[in-house]
Design a protein around this ligand. Structure first.
Ligand code: ZN
Ligand code: ZN
Length: 332
């Protein structure tokens, strides 16, 4: 099979012919039809996430068809459409798993990081951590971004708490464009913050129902109940704190961020909260995939051939994507 492979951090991916992987007892073999490109992939490529399997096939927003099931796998049948997210497995026994917080598992595996992912024609995945894709959802390239941008975005949004009326979103890329649709569905007002001067992204945010869009160097016209940060820029945390009301929450949705500058305690005073979101639980995935067709969530994607993975990653890095990049193996 063809795959795009990372040999070492700091290098471009190389196209390589690899044997089709053999599923372990609890795994399924999946023919990949689409795999989203996530900012976390950039953090892996750049060595900011320091413990990848090497060589590595990245990619953790996978949609495809089950073509073979492992000897002990019972959840899926051949021909079923499934999605594979970042959380590839947990021990099920650590103090976090026992409390239903498997996103914080002490011994996790991660798709496209500690286990080969979906920048390939085929991949394997532990069937217990894959999701059936509901029939009501779009074609596979449009579903792929839900598997990470959607899932982490959804978890980040839920961490902002209930009763939100005005929601700020810093960084209006793949995650934000999905969260905005969920929040609008719940009658939450969206305030979108982009890089200063990025009028394209601001227009994109308005097209998705944002009542206000501006640069991250601006303050919103009204104080916000919560702010979500999807840009990997630590300086946005004190910025967002100044945009939220008393008792408000700033939630950082990314896995890596530049350092956070110091700020006066007065900006945190009055029960403002800063928190991060780590990974996902399977419950998050089940909830989002059930919710998505009812809204319905429409993802905006730019499709690239599998061989163009490096180009797709550079588009993501430079901020020139509208929505999400998705790789599609050209099987013709
Ligand atoms: Zn665990
Ligand atoms: Zn991701």
């Amino acid at each position: 099979m063809r795959a795009m492979v990372l040999d070492a951090p700091g290098r471009a991916l190389v196209e390589r012919e690899l044997p089709v992987p053999v599923p372990g007892p609890s795994e399924v073999l999946i023919r990949v039809s689409a795999c989203g490109v996530c900012r976390t992939d950039l953090h892996v490529l750049d060595g900011e996430l320091t413990e990848p399997k090497l060589p590595l096939v990245p990619g953790h927003e996978i949609v495809g068809e089950v073509v073979r099931v492992g000897s002990a796998a019972t959840r899926h049948e051949s021909g079923e459409r499934v999605g594979v997210p970042w959380l590839g497995g947990t021990d099920g026994t650590c103090r976090f798993c026992r409390k239903g917080r498997e996103n914080l598992c002490e011994h996790p595996t991660f798709t496209g990081y500690t286990h080969d992912g979906g920048y390939a024609e085929y991949c394997t995945a532990d069937e217990r951590y894959t999701f059936p894709v509901p029939d009501g959802l779009d074609d596979d390239p449009h579903v792929a971004p839900l598997l990470c941008a959607g899932l982490i975005g959804y978890r980040t949004y839920r961490m902002a708490g209930d009763g939100i009326e005005r929601l700020g979103i810093y960084g209006f890329g793949a995650a934000a464009h999905i969260v905005a649709q969920i929040a609008r569905h719940e009658d939450v007002e969206i305030y979108a913050f982009t890089s200063p001067g990025d009028t394209d992204a601001q227009g994109f945010a308005r097209s998705l129902g944002a009542v206000w869009a501006g640069g991250s160097d601006e303050l919103p016209p009204d104080l916000l109940d919560a702010a979500l940060i999807f840009a990997p820029v630590g300086a946005l945390i004190p910025t967002a704190l100044r945009a939220i009301d008393k008792g408000g929450v700033v939630v950082a949705g990314g896995i890596h961020m530049s350092d956070i500058p110091s700020f006066p305690y007065a900006d945190l005073w009055e029960e403002r909260v800063i928190r991060s979101v780590a990974n996902l639980t399977r419950a998050d995935g089940e909830q989002l995939l059930a919710l998505a067709p009812t809204i319905p969530i429409r993802t905006e994607v730019e499709v690239f051939d599998l061989e163009s993975a490096n180009e797709a990653l550079e588009h993501l890095r430079s901020g020139s994507l509208r929505g999400a990049a998705v790789l599609v193996p050209d099987t013709g």
